[in-house]
Unconditional design. Structure first.
Length: 58
């Protein structure tokens, strides 16, 4: 995960916001993410969050 989260939220230079990380985790735990297991997911780009919310995990 390429979000740099500190005690006061996302740090400067982070490509993802804390909210986006939360959205991605929520998408993984939804019915759409039921088939995602035994994988390493590299979350580095906000577009990945949009895709996950649409049911596509890369």
């Amino acid at each position: 995960m390429m979000a740099f989260i500190g005690p006061n939220g996302t740090r400067p230079g982070s490509p993802l916001s804390g909210e986006q990380v939360g959205d991605h985790v929520s998408a993984l735990s939804s019915a759409a993410g039921h088939a995602v297991h035994d994988q390493t997911l590299h979350l580095r780009d906000p577009r990945q969050v949009d895709a996950a919310l649409a049911g596509t995990f890369t």
